[in-house]
Design a protein around this ligand. Structure first.
Ligand code: FES
Length: 155
């Protein structure tokens, strides 16, 4: 009588870090740009969540820090190009706030590359997709945020 011996195959598991990105997008340009990417069925990284704000100038340091505190590995703030802001000077305010946010992030000991400010118009779906892909690549290389206590990996 022959007996079967079962051999357990050991698979080498390579786990890849999957970043958790939060993207604050202004209602009038960048959110519409993200929508444009979707409508045009552009394939790009799904590793982000969009939070719609009325203007990039509304995204305070507190918003960005809270996103990082809640486990975001990277935070993108995106608004209209200069001259296109629905509230005229909102994106100029965003620039000032972002500089303060960057300084605060550095003070907390995080890499300032974890946060990014960009301008994407409603017609720039391909640019939105490219920006998200670039940012996801950057954060993947940086690895999980030290504030993220549940980093996600997949094999
Ligand atoms: S409305 Fe888009 S940046 Fe102000």
């Amino acid at each position: 009588m022959a007996t079967k011996t079962s051999s357990k195959k050991k698979k080498a598991k390579t786990e890849i870090f999957v970043p958790n990105i939060v993207a604050f997008a202004c209602n009038w340009c960048s959110y519409a740009g993200a929508d444009n990417a979707g409508v045009n069925r552009i394939q790009y990284s799904p590793n982000f969540r969009v939070i719609r704000t009325m203007c990039s100038g509304r995204v305070t340091t507190g918003f960005v820090l809270k996103a990082l505190k809640m486990g975001a590995d990277g935070v993108l703030v995106s608004g209209c190009h200069f001259g296109d802001c629905h509230y005229i000077f909102g994106n100029y305010k965003a620039v000032d706030q972002f500089e303060k946010t960057k300084a605060m992030v550095k003070t907390l000991g995080l890499e300032d590359e974890r946060i990014r400010l960009e301008w994407v118009s409603a017609a720039e779906g391909p640019r939105w997709a490219e920006l998200i892909n670039e940012f996801v690549d950057r954060i993947t290389k940086l690895g999980p945020s030290p504030l993220n206590n549940k980093p996600k990996y997949e094999s």
